[in-house]
Every structure is written in structure tokens, then in C-alpha cells.
Design a protein around this ligand. Structure first.
Ligand SMILES: [Fe+2]
Length: 233
């Protein structure tokens, strides 16, 4: 399954997903809301200008304030009066993923989740994996350099818009890519990190040069402390 597109559907309830989490590394969960209130745009975990020069302040602002906020707004509009109105985000995703009539609602919900996870997958200065996660990367990929190549290869192979993920499933790590808004949490996988490879994520700074954007992001922005938190040793 390594580096595979996720076309097939695998049914798991959100409860199984949560139970799988274990005590040491709870499954990443979008910030809970008061269910009688609309979703708010989660705060960025850093200043908009702190990812520069890899991602400019202008590109972060456009991505966060326009693209991301619009998904939150659309999600709230489509939730109003729907059977999913009073659910947390993960429940909405699991309940709408196989419902063609609400595919737009699913896509906005998934983009809200994916972007929240993406903002947390970055940190100014980046870093390198350590501890048990580094050992697992060595065992599953042959080393960090090989994982880096795998992430880059996936980013370039992803035709059109989507996401690149480092996920944990079945006792090992995988690099996968998802199409458009699709998200690994509805496929029963535990995400550790993600890279947004929609054009809007890099076009302002890198034009069409997705490889340059992806390698800069891997080398200088990936938040391995966040990955470590999501990883189950
Ligand atoms: Fe994006």
C-alpha cells in the first residue's frame, strides 16, 4: 500500500479509531467546539510571518485567512439545518464520507481538518525526528534521507490537488497521498504529518515549482515534535 492513492474505501467507526489510540499518544483530534456554536477558525500555532522565507507571510496570510477561513465558513453554512449540525468534526467526516448527496459538506469538513493538521505539521526552523520515531523511520524507510525522498516522490507523483501524509497503520509507517480533500482519518490511519500540495499552498512563492516548495518545507519547516506526539511507539 506504500505511496498508494486512496481510492478504496475502508469502513471504520470513529470509535474504533479512537480506541486504537492508546494512552501514550491520543489520536490527533480537531479542537472540540460547543455544539450549539458554529466552527471557529483555529488559531495558527505561530505568527504568519514566522515561516518565511520558506513560506512568505503573504502566502501564509492568503492560505490561512482566505482559503482556510472560507472552508470553515462553507462548512458552517452547509451544516446549518443538516443532520450533522451538532457533531464534532471527526463525527461529521465519518458520517458524510459515503454520502454523495453531501459530498461538498464532506470536502469542506475534510479541508478544515486537513489544514488544521497541516498548520501543526509546520514549525519555524523545522527539525529532525528523534527517539523512537527516528528508529521506526530507520526500520521502515531505511533512514531519514530515504523518507525524505519518499515524501518528495509522492509530492511530485500526486496528479492535481491533494495532500502528502506520513501515517502509521498496521504497525509501521507509510507515505501516502490523498486526492483533493480526502483525509486518512476516514481510512482508519493515524496521521503523523502532512504536506499541502494544493497549488494555492505554494503558487505565490514558488509558482509551479512544487518540488522546490516540498523540499524546502521538509528541510526547514516540518514539525517532528508534532509527529512524535501523534506516533505510537
Ligand atoms: Fe491548502
Amino acid at each position: 500500500m506504500q505511496d498508494a492513492d486512496l481510492h478504496e474505501t475502508r469502513h471504520e467507526s470513529p470509535y474504533l479509531l479512537i480506541n486504537r489510540a492508546g494512552r501514550r499518544a491520543p489520536m490527533p483530534v480537531f479542537p472540540a467546539r460547543n455544539l450549539w456554536e458554529p466552527f471557529a477558525v483555529p488559531a495558527l500555532p505561530y505568527r504568519e510571518d514566522s515561516l518565511a522565507p520558506v513560506i512568505s507571510a503573504e502566502a501564509v496570510a492568503l492560505h490561512y485567512q482566505e482559503h482556510y477561513a472560507k472552508h470553515v465558513q462553507n462548512l458552517n453554512e452547509q451544516l446549518r439545518g443538516s443532520p450533522y449540525q451538532y457533531m464534532q468534526l471527526e463525527q461529521i467526516l465519518h458520517n458524510t464520507r459515503d454520502e454523495p448527496a453531501v459530498s461538498d459538506l464532506f470536502s469542506h469538513a475534510a479541508q478544515v481538518w486537513n489544514h488544521w493538521f497541516f498548520w501543526n505539521s509546520l514549525r519555524p526552523g523545522g527539525g529532525r525526528p528523534g527517539g523512537a520515531l527516528a528508529e521506526r523511520i530507520d526500520a521502515d524507510f531505511g533512514g531519514f534521507e530515504d523518507l525524505r525522498k519518499e515524501l518528495l516522490r509522492a509530492a511530485l507523483a500526486r496528479f492535481g490537488s491533494g495532500w502528502i501524509w506520513l501515517v502509521q497503520e498496521g504497525g509501521r509507517l507509510w507515505v501516502i497521498k490523498t486526492i483533493e480533500a480526502d483525509t486518512p482519518i476516514v481510512h482508519g490511519m493515524r496521521p503523523l504529518l502532512t504536506i499541502d500540495v494544493w497549488e494555492h499552498a505554494y503558487y505565490l512563492d514558488y509558482r509551479h515549482r512544487r518540488a522546490e516548495y516540498t523540499s524546502a518545507l521538509i528541510d526547514r519547516l516540518l514539525n517532528w515534535k508534532f509527529a512524535q506526539k501523534n506516533f505510537v511507539a
